[in-house]
Design a protein around this ligand. Structure first.
Ligand SMILES: Nc1nc2c(ncn2[C@@H]2O[C@H](COP(=O)(O)OP(=O)(O)OP(=O)(O)O)[C@@H](O)[C@H]2O)c(=O)[nH]1
Ligand SMILES: [Mg+2]
Length: 332
């Protein structure tokens, strides 16, 4: 791992020290956390949809700056977890990432403004007597607000103890650089944890499954997206290779009921075709290689209760049995 520049040995250096550390991006679902991560990195590492609970795992993105390395942790939106293990795993993942962070960026949707659920989450994130991490409140989507409303929203946030309240638009990029410029002040001196050409630690296979899930979220209506998961089982160059280079990608879409399977497949396979074609186009663009994508749909009753499958899908982490983890899902 490359070390941070530390000035000329033996000489007193006036150079700015290199800083680095983890910054958790937390908040309720649909507040624009993943949009922010992608905007900062200038590329898509997290899927984004207008539906709540799009992100299901911790997604790491590295922001390289000349004098610092900001390691951003995008998290699932914190919500009242339902009874399923899967739902609880998402909420725990978010709290765990916050415990990992040197700084917490807490996102609030500017249209909705701060509410009691945010206050409950913030108390859990900054417990009295617990380790106080610098907290910055981020009022996102300000592009959607008229000025007088914006003022009222900012005033409501001023009641919360924090280091700064920053209005941004993750979509347009408004004030994003200003927010980033505040972060090194709260980061410790540290090494360059990731080489400069690395943006994420996400395996390509995982991202391919996420892109397929994104297209399902975008094409399917209502609650159905919450009942499905995507399991990738092939992601490799065609064997044996043909005249043209081509990758084979195969995935199974897991749903909970037969009726959901019928909807995902659509009339004469029309829905699956649309989803498959949108996913293939994006994957080809991302990996700059022709892709042959095969999708299956399978009913797997209560997949959200199957701890082994959840781990396989990347929806839980090894510390989920800790005491903290038990408390994480007790909120609300
Ligand atoms: N107008 C506007 N829309 C935004 C902005 N940021 C995000 N959005 C939209 O808000 C929706 C949710 O964005 P996401 O980035 O997926 O939100 P999230 O907080 O990651 O959501 P979860 O993963 O479900 O927790 C998408 O439709 C985005 O395009 C913004 O600054 N302005
Ligand atoms: Mg997200």
């Amino acid at each position: 791992m490359a070390q941070a520049p530390s000035g000329t040995p033996g000489k007193k250096s006036a150079a700015t020290p290199f800083k680095s550390g983890f910054v958790a991006i937390a908040g309720q679902p649909n507040t624009g956390k993943s949009t922010f991560l992608n905007k900062v990195l200038g590329q898509k590492v997290a899927i984004v949809t207008p539906k709540a609970q799009t992100t299901r795992t911790r997604i790491l993105g590295v922001c390289h700056r000349p004098n610092c390395q900001i390691i951003l942790l995008d998290t699932p939106g914190i919500h009242r977890p339902g009874a399923s293990l899967f739902n609880q795993a998402m909420v725990r993942t978010a709290y765990e990432a916050c415990r990992e962070g040197e700084i917490i960026l807490y996102f609030v949707d500017a249209v909705r403004g701060i509410n009691d659920i945010d206050r409950t989450i913030l108390e859990r994130l900054q417990p009295a007597g617990g380790k106080a991490r610098p907290l910055l409140l981020v009022l996102n989507k300000v592009d959607k607000l008229a000025e007088p409303v914006l003022f009222a929203r900012l005033q409501a946030l001023a009641e919360i103890p924090c280091r700064a309240v920053v209005p941004i638009s993750a979509m347009t990029g408004y004030n994003v650089d200003h927010l980033l410029a505040l972060l090194p002040d709260y980061l410790p001196e540290g090494p360059r944890y990731f080489p400069e050409d690395q943006w994420t630690d996400q395996p390509e296979q995982f991202f391919a499954a996420e892109v397929i899930r994104e297209k399902l979220f975008l094409h399917l209506q209502k609650e159905l997206p919450y009942s499905l998961a995507v399991k990738l089982h092939k992601f490799q160059p065609r064997q044996p290779p043909g005249d043209k280079e081509m990758w084979d990608v195969e995935a199974t879409i897991l749903v909970e009921r037969e009726s959901q399977k019928a909807i995902v497949i659509g009339q004469k396979g029309s829905m699956l075709k649309q989803v498959g074609s949108a996913a293939r186009l994006e994957l080809e663009k991302l990996f700059t290689i022709p892709i042959f994508l095969k999708l299956w749909v399978r009913v797997r009753k209560e997949w959200g209760e199957d701890a082994v499958l959840l781990r396989d899908l990347g929806y839980s982490s090894p510390t989920h049995n800790s005491e903290d983890a038990q408390e994480d899902v007790a909120f609300g």
